[in-house]
Design a binder for this molecule. Sequence first.
Ligand code: EPZ
Length: 426
Amino acid sequence: MDKYVIKGGIPLHGEIVVSGAKNAAVALVAATILCDEPCILENVPEISDISICIKILKEMGADVKILGKNTVEFDTTHMTSPVVPYELARSMRASSYFLGTLLGRFHEAYVPLPGGCDLGDRPIDQHLKAFACLGADYAIESGTVHLKTDALIGNQIYFDFITVGATINAIFAAVKTKGLTIIENAAKEPHIVDLANFLNSMGADIRGAGTDVIKIRGIEYLKGITYAIIPDQIEAGTYMVAAAATKGNVLIKNVIPKHLESITAKLRKVGVTVEEFDESIRVSVDGPIMKTSLKTMPHPGFPTDMQPQFSTLLTLAYGTSIVTDDIFDNRFRYVAELRRMGADISVDGTVAVIQGVGKLTGAPVKATDLRAGAALVIAGLAAEGITEIDDIYHIERGYETIDEKLRALGADIKRVYYPESIAMTS
Ligand code: EPZ
């Protein structure tokens, strides 16, 4: 029961280095199952989602060696089991990636229905549709998805709507499948391009990643390589917004500014100064934060994974902002927590109306999911007084040493151990 305790009101100043992208890393770690030789990933973030992925691989017989900070060697060549254990799969949405990789490698997979952030209903019908298009049979037995096929055959897969996870799973299943697979209405997120680059460096033939049509010609063998994961677009965006919310001046290093364009554009719109360099970005504020309207969209639109953080900034703005986020059913669960800090937000379904209040005040709050937790950290940094954030395990699923990184920028944030009994009465 650890908490972050933040004494707010200190503008963030200095430099911060962004870690490897969580949503790329979970895909690339799962992808090592398809590699026919040991391979090395660099810039692997030290976050709990990755620890779980590594545990899953080890449970299935893979050798995983930590070679140094953020560098990990994966040897999956001796793996024999296509079964992901329930206890590990249930805590992480990305466990669904083992469906595609195990099917591609063993032509069979047993993967418990995935858990992960509670953002509303999160079906996997499009994933299953993709596997079926390539010739796999599926059944859901006692909460576990069972995929099986004698042979996969390249085919056309048309997604009914844009889905990151199903696009990635379709790539996994197709990469070693005979013939040509064409994925239409594919997601275009940076981590999909990173995954294609990783697999292509091993010898795969994937074209069009980053557009809405991806063509994959199946190959037989993937060779071992060393590959560095891209920087985390959402971690970078979170620190950009934290700098703005505290009226600070922060140089955010190890970023790809192109991946941050939608966030940069919105920050500029509300009056924040953003300077772009080759691999870094500076965020500073010397005037008021202004209202705006915002709608989340698949990449290259404004990411849903930045909505809670940006909405938190808008609570500090002049005027009324409207935020629409309908990618998931329920991405406004953090609003009740922000209200405890003085925010004036009303939510109707997938639309939030945020009346800027100028300042927030510290309060005890609870992270309801990963990005909601990041939003509360930002709120705590900007607020007057002390904010205690509970359930920080959500935050640590996706942010490497967030407390240390923020302390280096001058923030007063501590990670405090609270025994259960104190937590119950506090
Ligand atoms: C990925 O989730 C990310 N997770 C999420 O990151 C992110 O919010 C999301 O993409 C959207 O960008 C990982 O990369 C591990 P989707 P994913 O499939 O793949 C519906 C974070 O904070 N859908 O693009 O699960 C779905 O319910 C997180 O880092 C179906 O209905 O997202 C949602 O409404 C959380 N059927 C929409 O599509 C399906 O078969 C988009 O989901 C698949 C999806």
